[in-house]
Design a protein around this ligand. Structure first.
Ligand SMILES: Cc1cc2nc3c(=O)[nH]c(=O)nc-3n(C[C@H](O)[C@H](O)[C@H](O)COP(=O)(O)O)c2cc1C
Length: 455
């Protein structure tokens, strides 16, 4: 079958094949095609043969951690919702694709929409939710059309809706379209937008798993599980295979696979699935290797960090990346070569975070902007004497006083480039020289090409 995802999504042939296995093999507009490839076996097994607690136990045994960035234990979150007494509980599949350069969630919901819906239904059964909302970025029109059709087909086949599979479990799935702003993918912002408010984050705690969607007219606070679309796809995979099968790949701390978007200066950019714990150099290899001599990789999207090529042995895993100043984040790995200016790159990401900040928290609204201004002064060789110190101190303040993870992560590209490429900062600030010969001062911005979506 020809590719079933939008042309800008290139599914790479290397790496592992679990969530990606059926993309291109099944017809994403057909429930029958999904079922021919084993679709909904996980839901059937969960609902017919397992208690909700057993389903949570299976997800826990698999060691599944959230794939939307934070790596929090999925089962631990579910237990909170399961044990919170409430008339109404909700599961939200987060397919907001907040980082526009990340293509993996989009590949899933376009190429295999039922897989995400099935995972959301299993999650709803496990935590006792009566609703499963698939929250999708509004401009993913192909995905929205397919998800809506898939939801209708699943309901018509009694796989969702009233009395699922003839049992006494009822779960109403629906598709909700949200704005494509970066901050609007943050879980409390998704909840706010679904309830009709602006998509802005709220302070946690309370965590949504205990008190999420709030229905003002009834003063209801519904425990709400917000789970990344990929996490839910893994849930469907686990229940249709086994916890042991899932855990057969991955690192000690993080079992299973992760979808990544590899881009920048690599031979074949695209979306791949890799075992967690794979060294970065192995992932770059899945994309055909770096084109030219690599200098670094920005790992994790706008709030990620730069890992120098000399450290490409770093395992792609939550804690090792954290230790290196990067994150799993949106699952993007942007490889840059010698001709890319690291100061300008840091400025690019910082400016994105500053422009996308919702403005609710002062350190975020003003702090991120001040960081960009200091970078601008350095880039134009007109720094104030303490600008590098300011970058360090203000980065720490913005990180530590954040209302949401946008600002906690926003300084990452600055601090990691300061740590690893201090000579480039010095050359700009002291001599007005770009060591890469390619920054804004030189009028060329090759870095921006693969990041067109972020502009
Ligand atoms: C600025 C920002 C944007 C985010 N965008 C997304 C997104 O597009 N999709 C997503 O699943 N999580 C996103 N997150 C993470 C969510 O807040 C949340 O942690 C996640 O949906 C939880 O699901 P998980 O446990 O399955 O990872 C974002 C967080 C921040 C701070």
């Amino acid at each position: 079958m020809a590719s079933t995802v939008s042309p800008q999504i290139n599914i790479l042939s290397g790496g592992e094949r679990r969530l990606l296995a059926d993309i291109g093999r099944i017809d994403p507009t057909s429930l029958a095609s999904y079922r021919e490839h084993g679709g909904y076996a996980g839901l059937e097994r969960a609902i017919r043969n397992m208690s909700p607690t057993e389903v949570i136990g299976e997800v826990e045994a698999a060691g599944l951690r959230g794939r939307g960035g934070s790596g929090f234990s999925t089962a631990a979150k579910w237990r909170v919702t399961r044990s919170t007494a409430a008339d109404r509980k909700v599961v939200i599949a987060n397919a907001m694709g907040a980082d526009p350069s990340a293509l993996s969630d989009r590949a899933l919901v376009e190429g295999n929409p039922h897989l995400v819906i099935e995972g959301a239904l299993i999650a709803a059964y496990a935590v006792g939710a009566s609703e499963a909302i698939i929250a999708v970025r509004r401009d993913w029109t192909v995905a929205i059309e397919r998800l809506r059709a898939a939801v209708d087909e699943a309901i018509a086949a009694h796989l969702a809706g009233y009395l699922v599979l003839g049992t006494d479990t009822s779960i109403l799935p629906r598709v909700w379209e949200g704005s494509g702003a970066y901050v609007a993918g943050e879980e409390t912002a998704v909840i706010s937008a679904i309830t009709g408010d602006r998509g802005m984050p709220t302070i946690r705690p309370p965590y949504p798993a205990a008190a999420g969607i709030w229905i003002a007219s009834r003063n209801w606070e519904s425990p709400t599980i917000v789970q990344n679309a990929e996490t839910l796809a893994h849930v469907a995979w686990i229940t249709s295979h086994s916890a042991a099968d899932f855990a057969s790949l991955g690192s000690e701390a993080s079992r299973g696979t992760k979808l990544v978007t590899i881009m920048g200066q690599v031979a074949t950019p695209g979306v791949a699935e890799v075992a967690l714990g794979t060294p970065l150099e192995g992932i770059v290899g899945v994309a055909g290797g770096a084109s030219g001599k690599p200098k670094a990789a920005f790992v994790g999207g706008p709030g990620g960090g730069a890992i120098a090529a000399a450290a490409f042995g770093t395992p792609y895993d939550y804690e090792p990346l954290d230790a290196a100043g990067a994150v799993i984040g949106s699952g993007t790995i942007l490889v840059v070569g010698e001709s890319v200016c690291m100061v300008d790159s840091a400025r690019f990401f910082a400016d994105f975070s500053a422009r996308e900040a919702c403005g609710k928290a002062v350190p975020c609204r003003i702090g991120t902007r001040r960081l960009v201004e200091a970078l601008d002064r350095i880039l134009s060789a007109t720094p104030r004497p303490n600008d590098v110190t300011l970058l360090r101190q203000l980065s720490r303040k913005v990180r530590d006083t954040g209302l949401c993870a946008l600002e906690r992560l926003a300084p990452g590209p600055i601090t990691t480039t300061l740590d690893n490429f201090a000579d480039e900062y010095r050359a700009h600030a002291e001599r007005g020289e770009c060591l890469a010969g390619s920054c804004r001062a030189a009028g060329v911005r090759p870095l921006l090409e693969p990041l067109a979506g972020l502009q």
